[in-house]
Design a protein. Structure first.
Length: 132
């Protein structure tokens, strides 16, 4: 790549970062959903979980602080859907709609890992989300 192409690329990416508000993100949630080969749970359950997560983040006005990504597979393939919270590095199993609500309320907003469903990571603490 020549220097002008690199400069254009950098400017384009910076504009995208600004538009998305990436500098305001506190956490990123990755949810195993809509799998090509559903192994850890049914496709329908994973899609229900994904749709609930999207709508609930919007209802809680957290879309600019919490990013979400639908992952085809997080490779655990057992007791899904699986959800990972970054940068906390907490992995959750059995992430159905009621569990998502608990994760959002207790972990994301309240700063307390939901021990009952966490299966990996430093589950002792998490940071409280500074909301406005």
């Amino acid at each position: 790549m020549n220097p002008s192409n690199i400069q254009n690329l950098q400017e384009s990416l910076q504009a995208r970062v600004t538009k998305l508000g990436i500098d305001q993100i506190h956490r990123h949630l990755f949810l195993c959903a809509d799998q090509t080969k559903p192994i850890c749970c049914s496709k329908a359950i994973s899609i229900d979980s994904w749709n609930y997560l999207k709508s609930r983040l919007q209802e809680l006005n957290l879309e600019t602080q919490i990013f979400r990504t639908k992952a085809n597979c997080l490779r655990v393939c057992e007791h899904g859907p699986i959800l990972v919270v970054y940068p906390d590095r907490i992995w959750y199993h059995s992430v159905t709609i009621p569990v998502i609500e608990r994760i959002l309320q207790e972990h994301i907003i309240g700063g307390q890992v939901v021990q009952e469903f966490a299966f990996w990571g430093d589950t002792s603490t998490s940071k409280t989300l500074e909301i406005f």
